[in-house]
Design a binder for this molecule. Structure first.
Ligand SMILES: [Zn+2]
Length: 389
């Protein structure tokens, strides 16, 4: 898998002894979690730490149950070295997704996957929504079978790296220190990220070796993108990187919820597509086949228009930051695939051939779970310095 840089991979000078040891621990966990069969000698080479330091850290992590020895590896001439791996069952993680019309929570081990999933109606906003999240975390924590590393939350809105929601208008949260509030009420460490930023962390785990950046575009009632650039999550200077939904793409176009007119959301979010296809936004079809059942031509034309404007905006993004992997996350099954194919064509038409050669636009690996998986990855990256293998 691709390598996500969540902390320094080499030991640092200048830090206090304790800080340096914590950074070194994270480097070791990060390297072991990268998926490949790894030995102590590999760890020394990858982290730049000495063999005795590696041995001591590995012993500490093994005692905590985080790392296990999985057997002998291939010999490089002498004695066969011992392979190391993360013990996925040693800890558990709680992930919360508040980006759709239900609040979904998951409890899983370090490796992730389905685990225990619970949901709540999610009709509430403001204080009531926070109460609902606290309740969901408590229910999941009560079912844990191993120590919980922490809680990750993926939410719409502008989210500061410290877990403060700067603005999530639809949820009734403004300048709310959600991370600190949830930590205080649940007694667990909590990390919060914008839903598209969380989705980008989840999809990053699916990038092939050698690809170090991607944009994940979430398309629902609104449109927002999460970015990983050069192996690092990129949020921008005001936590607003990837906020492409209110870019005006049709001058004097339809009015938008933001007060402006002709924003990308007025032509490429699910609202205009569903309206054209004859569906209420609150009662969307289950999949693409159902979407085109009522008025296939109109639905298809709306998807074409959405792809045209999405493709145009994404071509700009690709030209500006040179990101080669674009993932479209749409909650209606099959629509992401249809849009991805059309967006790929638009992007290819609008960029220098040398820039588009290896640009890949595709649908999310699992759009239903992508925010939950991202919230899980957020905890692993933040708490342990590791990403899923
Ligand atoms: Zn707008």
């Amino acid at each position: 898998m691709a390598e996500l840089l969540v902390g320094p991979l080499r030991s640092v000078g200048g830090a206090s002894g304790q800080d340096a040891r914590e950074l070194n621990r994270r480097s070791v966990l990060h390297a072991v979690a990268s998926g490949a069969a790894i030995t102590r000698a590999d760890l020394a080479r990858l982290t730049g730490l000495t063999r005795p330091t590696i041995s001591s850290l590995v012993e500490e992590l093994a005692q905590e149950g985080l790392i296990v020895e999985t057997g002998p590896g291939p010999s490089a001439g002498g004695k066969r070295p011992t392979l190391l791996a993360i013990d996925g069952a040693a800890r558990q993680v709680i992930a919360i997704d508040v980006s759709s019309d239900v609040v979904v929570g998951g409890l899983s081990d370090l490796v992730g996957g389905p685990g225990v999933v619970e949901s709540r109606p999610g009709a509430a906003t403001g204080d009531a929504l926070v109460d609902e999240i606290v309740d969901l975390i408590s229910v999941l924590a009560a079912r844990a079978t191993a120590p919980i590393v922490g809680v990750g939350v993926g939410t719409p809105g502008l989210v500061h790296a410290d877990g403060t929601i700067l603005e999530a208008a639809n949820l009734g949260w403004h300048d709310r220190a959600l991370g600190a509030e949830l930590t205080e009420r649940t007694g667990l460490p909590v990390w919060v990220a914008n839903d598209a930023d969380a989705a980008a962390l989840a999809e990053f785990a699916h990038l092939p070796e050698g690809r170090d950046g991607l944009a994940v575009v979430r398309i629902g009632a609104g449109i927002g993108a999460g970015l990983v650039l050069g192996g690092r999550p990129y949020r921008g200077s005001r936590a607003a990187a990837g906020e492409i939904g209110h870019l005006v793409v049709v001058p004097d176009g339809d009015p938008c919820s933001c007060g402006n007119a002709g924003c990308l959301e007025t032509v490429a979010s699910l609202r205009p597509v569903l309206a054209a296809a004859g569906f209420e936004f609150t009662e969307p079809p289950a999949d693409h086949a159902t979407l085109i059942e009522r008025d296939g031509d109109a639905a298809d034309a709306a998807l074409d228009l959405a792809a045209l404007h999405l493709g145009s905006v994404l071509a700009h993004l690709i030209a500006i930051v040179d990101v080669a992997d674009v993932v479209l996350s749409v909650e209606i099954a099959g629509v992401g695939e249809v849009l991805a194919e059309r967006v790929q064509r638009v992007v290819t038409d609008r960029l220098l051939p040398t820039l588009t050669q290896d640009v890949r636009v595709r649908a999310a690996t699992d759009a239903d779970r992508v925010v939950l998986d991202g919230a899980h990855a957020l905890v692993l990256a933040s708490a342990l310095g590791m990403v899923r293998s």
